[in-house]
Write a protein that binds this ligand. Structure first.
Ligand SMILES: *Cc1c(COP(=O)(O)O)cnc(C)c1O
Length: 390
């Protein structure tokens, strides 16, 4: 089945939706059983198929989890109240005191914080590695290395990783390969075909797509799914059926939204490429982006999120650029229908294994679904404000 058809149908079987189009919101703590036999069956059956107690999920979460598994691949999908909870719980499911993990240097900032604070406290050591290391990761693998964690493209700076090369080496050393696959969403990269063992999504972003729900998912291969599922349950991870309903609703339009985000973003990026203010463009679909060849090989499309580095900037000029934006709102997160802008003036503060070579500020854009000409005009006026203060 083609991806677009899968997006429409995933997790909407009769089992979950009966005779309506969308699986309904099933709110539950207590689930009542009709017989001792039924209660025994539900208690024993720990997969995402039988309702047992609200914390283990209801038909709403089983349906959404099934949808994510069918889109990303793998054997099952655990749901978490945020993308960050998905990352931290997935890692915690597989490490113990004395272990070591390899974390990509361009990881999402809260992921880095988790390693530096929580994992450290638990006696798990982290080594950060260059996102472009490829098979060279082998030199960093120790006897106690348990997980190699990737995020591709990297947060803020967008380096695309050579996932298959890293996965191959990691597997030779019995390490688990985890990927934060949020940028691709469940449709633009098939992590399990590239050797990933656990794929994580901040569904908060494009899956939900409307900036109104926090949600995370972790999908795993047959080999790792039982441990991931069990640990998620042990840690008390569960998600609101109302939020899952909204996420499932978002999922149905993921394909068309992504296609439009991509089209708009490529038009804005192409315009930026021709501007004197721009030092370099960090959009995976453009040659100037480190790892662009891996994007071409491993991804089927891009989206609305990319960055660029200015040739020159100072605090006042950046403030004036940002404060005056009309359509680009200032805010964290991305993946909703609206355009967003963010400036990072000290990229080196976010990394430790590599050195960021640029002096001027980086601007990250999320290109929304507005008319793209209005967005370009907004940026053009922003550059005028920037130039006036340089
Ligand atoms: C936003 C984000 C997360 C965290 O998701 P939350 O739902 O905000 O906790 C993780 N990884 C990446 C790449 C993200 O952009």
């Amino acid at each position: 089945m083609k991806k677009q058809t899968q997006i429409i149908n995933a997790g909407r079987g009769k089992k979950w939706a009966s005779n309506v189009v969308n699986p309904p919101v099933t709110r539950a703590s207590t689930v009542v059983f009709n017989s001792v036999e039924e209660m025994k069956h539900a208690t024993k059956n720990k997969t995402n198929q039988v309702m047992f107690y609200g914390r283990r999920g209801t038909s709403t979460s089983f349906a959404f989890s099934e949808a994510m598994t069918s889109l990303e691949g793998g054997a099952g999908c655990a749901l978490y109240p945020s993308g960050t909870a998905a990352i931290t719980n997935a890692v915690l499911s597989f490490v113990e005191s004395g272990d070591h993990i390899l974390m990509v240097d361009t990881a999402y900032e809260p992921t880095r914080d988790f390693c530096n604070k929580m994992l450290k406290k638990l006696g798990v050591e982290t080594t950060y590695y260059d996102p472009l290391i490829g098979a060279g990761i082998e030199a960093l693998i120790q006897d106690n290395t348990r997980i190699v964690f990737l995020e591709s493209p990297g947060s803020i700076t967008m380096e695309v990783q050579d996932i298959p090369s890293i996965a191959k080496v990691a597997h030779q050393h019995d390490c688990i390969v985890m990927l934060d696959n949020t940028w691709a969403s469940p449709i633009n990269c098939q992590p399990f075909e590239l050797g990933v063992d656990v794929s994580i999504q901040a569904a908060t972003k494009y899956v939900v797509g409307h900036s109104d729900v926090m949600l995370g998912t972790a999908t795993a291969t047959e080999k790792y799914w039982p441990t991931l599922r069990e640990n998620s349950y042990i840690m008390g991870q569960c998600t609101s059926p109302d939020d899952l309903y909204l996420a499932a609703r978002g999922l149905r339009t993921l394909g068309v939204r992504m296609a439009q985000h991509e089209k708009n973003a490529i038009k804005v990026a192409t315009w930026l490429q021709g501007r004197d203010e721009v030092e370099t463009l960090l959009h995976p679909a453009f040659e100037s982006c480190p790892g662009h060849a891996f994007f071409k090989r491993d991804f089927t499309g891009s989206n609305g999120l990319f960055s660029f580095v200015l040739k020159a900037s100072n605090n006042d000029a950046i403030t004036s650029l940002l404060d005056g934006m009309e359509h680009f709102k200032m805010g964290y997160s991305w993946g909703g229908f609206e355009s967003l802008i963010l400036a990072v003036q000290n990229v080196n503060a976010l990394r430790s294994a590599t050195t960021w070579p640029y002096k001027a500020a980086l601007i990250r854009l999320h290109i929304g679904l507005e008319d793209v000409d209005d967005l370009i005009a907004d940026l053009e006026r922003g550059f005028e404000r920037l130039n006036a203060l340089l």
